[in-house]
Design a protein around this ligand. Structure first.
Ligand code: N1C
Length: 252
C-alpha cells in the first residue's frame, strides 16, 4: 500500500509540475477531464480535436463562426423541451437562479458551454499550440476564436430549442432586446415555429415589458410562436430559488 501511495504521489507531483509549466497542456487536460466527467461516453479526444482544428495554426482574427461546425457535430446539443432558458445581459441573475433550482437549462449547463465559459483561447499562424494569453480582445476583431465559438454554439443551442422557451432580459438597460446581441441576432432568428410553442420573456432588474424594443422581438419571431412578457421582481426570483416547494412553473 505504501509503495502504491508513493507512486501516486510521485505521478501527481510530476503531472502537477508539467501542467504548471505548460498552460497549453493545462488547458487541454482541463478540457478533456471536464468532458470526461460531464459525459463518460463522450470521446474526449475526438471533441478536443474538433475544437482545436477551429483555431490552431490560424490568424486569431480570422476564425470564422463556421470553423466550429465540426465541433457541433462531435458534441451535438440535445433538445430539452420546455426547460431551455436564453438570456441577454442577465447572465448573473439567470445563473444565480439555475444554480439553486433544476428548472431550466442554459447554454452554460451543456457540455461545451460549461467547459469553455469564462475562458480565452487562440492559436497562431505557423504554430500547433493553443494559447491562453496574448489573444486578441473582442474590440480588436470580430472573427476571434472566442466570439466565433459563442456565436456558433448559441446558434446550435437555439436550433434545438423546443416547447415553451424562456428568455431572461434586463429591464435596466436602454434596449432590453438589442439587435446586436447574440440573443437577438443569432438565437431568436433561429427559433422555429415547428418546434417551439411559445417564447416567454422574464424581465428582470427593472420592469420594462412595455419597452419598444420588444416589438422588434415579436416581429423577429417565426409566425406561430406565441409571445409573452412578464416583469418579475428580483425578490420573487430569490424566493423561488430558495424554496424548492414552489413548482418551477409557478416561479413567475
Ligand atoms: O450577446 P448576448 O448576451 O445576448 O448572448 C446571450 C445569449 C444567451 O441566450 C446564451 O444562450 O447567447 C448565449 N451565450 C452564452 O451562453 C454565453 N456564455 C457566455 C452567449 N454568450 C455567452 N457568453 C459570453 O457572454 C460570450 O463571451 C458572449 O459574447 C457574451 C454575451 O453576453 P450578453 O451580451 O449578455
Amino acid at each position: 500500500v505504501i509503495v502504491v501511495l508513493i507512486v501516486i504521489v510521485i505521478i501527481a507531483v510530476v503531472l502537477g509540475l508539467t501542467l504548471r509549466q505548460n498552460k497549453m497542456v493545462l488547458f487541454q487536460h482541463f478540457f478533456i477531464c471536464c468532458f470526461c466527467i460531464f459525459r463518460c461516453t463522450t470521446d474526449c479526444q475526438k471533441v478536443w480535436d474538433a475544437f482545436e482544428q477551429a483555431y490552431v495554426n490560424k490568424d486569431p482574427c480570422k476564425v470564422a463562426v463556421e470553423a466550429y461546425d465540426p465541433l457541433i457535430v462531435a458534441a451535438p446539443f440535445k433538445p430539452q423541451c420546455n426547460r431551455m432558458i436564453f438570456w441577454s445581459k442577465t447572465k448573473d441573475v439567470v445563473h444565480g437562479f439555475t444554480e439553486k433550482r433544476d428548472c431550466f437549462v442554459t447554454l452554460e449547463d451543456t457540455l461545451l458551454g460549461s467547459v469553455l465559459d469564462g475562458l480565452t483561447w487562440c492559436g497562431k499562424e505557423g504554430s500547433k499550440g493553443t494559447f491562453t494569453t496574448g489573444c486578441p480582445g473582442w474590440s480588436k476583431c470580430k472573427n476571434n476564436p472566442v466570439l466565433s465559438f459563442w456565436r456558433r454554439i448559441s446558434a446550435a443551442f437555439a436550433d434545438v430549442a423546443c416547447g415553451n422557451v424562456t428568455a431572461m432580459l434586463s429591464g435596466s438597460i436602454d434596449t432590453p432586446f438589442n439587435s446586436t446581441s447574440i440573443f437577438a441576432s443569432i438565437e431568436v432568428v433561429r427559433f422555429q415555429a415547428s418546434r417551439i410553442k411559445s417564447l416567454n420573456v422574464v424581465m428582470v432588474l427593472q420592469s420594462n415589458c412595455t419597452d419598444s424594443s420588444l416589438n422588434n422581438l415579436r416581429q423577429s419571431l417565426d409566425t406561430g410562436i406565441t409571445y409573452s412578457c412578464k416583469d418579475v421582481h428580483e425578490s420573487r426570483i430569490q424566493e423561488c430559488g430558495a424554496k424548492p416547494e414552489i413548482a418551477c412553473g409557478a416561479c413567475w
